[in-house]
Design a protein around this ligand. Structure first.
Ligand SMILES: Cc1ncc(COP(=O)(O)O)c(C=O)c1O
Length: 481
């Protein structure tokens, strides 16, 4: 919720209070340089004890409510026929209107199963934009991914409110060109992660569904980031201004043949789910659950987490809860923008996205500008974000770099976790870094895994720029951390 101060300033006000706290550590800048070096300049490899604000991801790190914590005590551990499963199944059916629910341990497990069942070698999956693990599973099963976005989607300073929309004309053209029998399914991702947490509209999803009906194709809807998307629909889509979050959710879920989500994002807990009304699709996927995940009533999840998801899904229907993340992100983006820092506009969900191409234009894409900026932000602030650029891509079969469409650093905003003074702190340090951006140098891989290299890959700075940056920090901030 946003409130206006007497001074005229508007701020996002937390509509919750903190009842459990976790101590944080903010090491001095010299130690941050050392920690970054030891982590191979990869923020995934930092030890969390060296991190002040963990803005790596919003996945599995959202704050639980008192009601979620309380619900965990009544979890039913039975291997089969667990009442915990039934409670979650009923909540999913109530909210999304889907009869069948397959539990998985997290989002990518859903993608593994959906891809194994529906992606055949030589088929294509058109989607509004890829997500790293989605693309990896589709290609592993011999399929290819085609991103069908509107031209504005990659414009980092746009006024388009639904950059996650699919371009319907391009979609039909692709299906005509490839033939409907070569399309495994159409995938739409809510709150499109890799282009800055950007939403799609209800209208667009309905149009995609109409195309599916025209060609006899399945619509697979990834609702991991649904909470943010719901908030944006309510705020930005005229036809849904007066609709409740619950009504909007149902309008969306009714369009899909298969829904899946990472409950590390949706539902403020940890787990995953595939939901459908098709008995045939349910049966086709069911055996993979027992093979990869666990028995059908837990699918690799802890029953305590399942209870928390049930309550978390209900909380997702509460506008005050789901608006907190996007409102904080909007605040952070606005404040950075006022200080000249290039951020993705309009601000999306999930996190504040900083445009490394404009922050460090002196770095070539092969020097991993977004990776270098993520390392520099950690050195300047102790906050860790995530590289979302060329480092997150995979080399082609000849070993050439696949240059990313965008070079972004995502400063994720775990839901209900940070206070506004923490957000102000990180804004200050990033603004300082921007003033000193010419000090930031490039990076090169020293250990480069073939698949999803951004998780484990180790890099080195191409010069002593991290030390120089730390020295300038000392000069400007004196003894301050
Ligand atoms: C849109 C989207 N889909 C799928 C996934 C994969 O989910 P998980 O991390 O639970 O495997 C993510 C995770 O970040 C995501 O953002």
């Amino acid at each position: 919720m946003t409130v206006k101060f007497y001074s005229g300033e508007e701020i996002p006000l937390e509509m919750h209070k903190v009842r459990i706290v976790q101590k944080l550590n903010l090491p001095p800048v010299e130690e941050r340089v050392k920690a970054m070096k030891e982590a191979g300049y990869n923020t995934f490899l930092l030890q969390n004890q060296d991190v002040y604000m963990d803005m790596l991801t919003d996945s599995g790190v959202n704050a639980m409510s008192d009601r979620q914590q309380a619900s965990m005590l009544v979890a039913d551990d039975s291997y089969a026929g667990s009442t915990t499963f039934t409670r979650l199944q009923q909540k999913i059916e109530e909210i999304f209107g889907t009869k069948y629910f397959l539990p998985t341990h997290q989002g990518r497990a859903c993608e593994n199963i959906i891809s194994q069942v529906f992606v055949k070698p030589g088929t294509t999956v058109p989607m509004n934009y890829h997500f790293t693990t989605t693309k990896a599973h589709i290609t592993l099963n011999g399929g290819t991914v085609e991103e069908i976005f509107e031209d504005e989607a990659l414009n980092l300073e746009s006024t388009e409110l639904f950059k996650g929309n699919m371009d319907i004309e391009k979609l039909t053209a692709l299906i005509e060109e490839r033939g409907a029998d070569k399309i495994a399914f159409i995938r739409v991702e809510a709150g499109t992660n890799l282009i800055g947490g950007q939403p799609h509209s209800v209208e667009n999803l309905k149009q995609v569904r109409a195309v599916c009906d025209q060609y006899g194709l399945k619509l697979v809807y990834d609702i991991s980031l649904l909470a943010d998307n719901l908030h944006f629909i309510k705020e930005r889509e005229e036809a849904y201004k007066n609709a409740s979050i619950r009504e909007i959710t149902r309008e969306l879920s009714d369009q899909a043949h298969i829904l899946y989500f990472s409950a590390r994002k949706l539902g403020f807990a940890r787990g995953g789910a595939i939901c459908t009304n098709s008995e045939e699709d349910y049966l086709a996927m069911r055996e993979y659950i027992t093979l990869y995940e666990g028995f059908l009533t837990y699918g690799g999840m802890s029953v305590r987490e399942m209870e928390a998801i049930t309550v978390g899904l209900e909380e997702t229907m509460d506008e005050q809860y789901i608006s907190q993340g996007p409102k904080f992100i909007q605040y952070m983006s606005d404040e950075l923008q006022k200080k000249g820092v290039p951020v993705v506009l309009p601000a999306g969900g999930l996190g504040c996205h900083i445009d490394a191409s404009r922050f460090v234009p002196h770095l070539d894409q092969t020097a991993y500008p977004a990776g270098a900026l993520a390392a520099a932000i950690y050195i300047a602030s102790g906050a860790r974000g995530m590289e979302r650029g060329t480092m997150s891509e995979q080399r082609d079969e000849e070993g050439n770099e696949t240059l990313s469409h965008m070079e972004l650093v995502r400063m994720a905003m775990p839901r209900r976790v940070f206070t506004l003074s923490q957000v102000k702190y990180v804004v200050d340090r990033i603004a300082w870094l921007y003033e000193n951006r010419e000090l930031i140098g490039g990076m090169t891989f020293v250990e480069e895994p073939k698949v999803l290299r951004f998780f484990f890959g180790k890099l080195d700075a191409t010069s002593d720029w991290p030390e120089k940056l730390a020295a300038k920090f000392r000069e400007d901030f004196g003894d301050s951390l």
